[in-house]
Write a protein that binds this ligand. Structure first.
Ligand code: ATP
Ligand code: LTN
Length: 331
């Protein structure tokens, strides 16, 4: 029996090279060995204001971006979170068991509310409970996430014990699955912050569907220090970030790259990195363009994903409703 895993990305902006290196590239490697659920987290996206028309298009685009990046809709269950109403329903039940003190500790809530002072809504606060529901509905063994999501996963594990202490064994206890290399790509404009697709400054990230000219411009204008020697150094976050990206995308080790650039300058590495990113994304962008031409086909694939997801999610939710003592509608 294959182990089950689930992961997802929030619908805000477009997927970045950071999401690719830190998440989707790893998801791709897991698709043969695990029973994988990959979710387009559109409900999570609503924690910030979204223009309804643009948001609809973006969710479809995200679904196509997952597939274009190499997730196979026949091998995996790829679906939109909002298509499975069980996510929102389980969130309510789990919210009633989650102490506010636990949510108060979440660093993502603190960061996002500091960034978003005008819209600190309850959804932003209970976001980790929705994330726990995403995971627990599918009885998953593993959750591949970046470092930034580890705290949410720990909370999910706490929620399992709150629930099970009251109602008995119900959920599988999920484990984080964190890839070692390239787990964190930093912003091109402030390399002390992680690259984030919802950053206000588009020069801080490379979107996987940015045109080649934009990619080249963004890499060239990446912030580095005033030095010249191409060497990995934790004190020099900018150049180290470019080296990490180069290493993950080329498959070369950092020291091999350092050797290749002896006597050369930061600018040389930037030009080569820009080319490498453009080349890596070329087939992805071609596939994306192809997929977006045929929306009926995309809708068909979406339906295929949600039908598979619903079978598992509804079974778990039925068990939960029964355990907490909600009166059944059917006998
Ligand atoms: P947002 O800006 O909306 O917070 P994000 O770019 O941080 O978005 P998420 O949707 O939060 O992306 O994350 C999707 C997955 O990508 C997660 O597993 C996360 O750990 C990973 N990820 C996000 N940003 C990076 C990054 N800069 N480097 C590596 N992995 C990342
Ligand atoms: N919060 C996650 C996205 C996400 C997720 C999940 C990841 C939503 N639900 C369930 C793993 C499992 C993020 O990366 N921002």
């Amino acid at each position: 029996m294959k182990k089950t895993l689930l992961s997802g990305s929030t619908v805000t902006g477009d997927l970045t090279i950071g999401n690719y290196i830190g998440a989707i590239n790893n998801w791709k490697k897991l698709q043969d060995d695990y029973n994988c659920f990959y979710m387009v987290a559109d409900l999570h996206g609503l924690t910030v204001y979204q223009d309804p028309k643009a948001f609809k298009e973006r969710s479809l685009s995200f679904f196509a971006q997952y597939i274009a990046l190499g997730l196979d809709p026949d091998k995996n269950t790829i679906f939109l979170q909002s298509h499975i109403h069980e996510h929102a329903e389980l969130t309510w039940i789990l919210s009633c068991l989650t102490p506010m003190g636990y949510l108060n500790r979440m660093t993502q809530f603190k960061d996002k509310s500091a960034k978003n002072e005008k819209n600190i809504n309850a959804g932003l606060y209970t976001y980790p409970v929705l994330m726990a529901s995403d995971i627990l509905l599918y009885q998953v063994d593993l959750v591949p996430v970046g470092e930034d999501q580890k705290q949410h996963l720990e909370l999910c594990r706490d929620i399992v014990s709150f629930f099970q202490n009251r109602y008995g064994e119900t959920f599988k206890l999920p484990e984080p699955y964190i890839a070692k290399m390239g787990a964190r790509i930093m912003s091109l404009q402030d390399p002390t912050k992680k690259m984030s697709k919802s950053d206000d400054n588009p020069n801080s990230f490379i979107s996987i569907i940015d045109p080649p000219k934009t990619i080249i411009k963004k890499v060239k204008s990446a912030v580095t220090d005033s030095g010249t020697e191409v060497k990995y150094d934790e004190e020099k976050a900018g150049i180290s970030n470019l080296l990490t990206m180069y290493s993950v995308l080329s498959g070369k080790t950092i020291s091999e790259i350092e050797n290749d650039y002896v006597g050369k300058m930061y600018g040389h590495l930037k030009i080569d990195l820009a080319d490498l990113v453009v080349e890596t994304l070329k087939p992805v962008q071609e596939k994306y363009a192809d997929l977006m031409k045929n929306k009926d086909h995309l809708h068909q694939l979406m339906k295929q994903g949600s039908e598979k997801a619903r079978v598992v999610a509804s079974k778990t939710l039925d068990t939960v409703y029964d355990k907490v003592g909600l009166y059944p509608e059917h006998f």
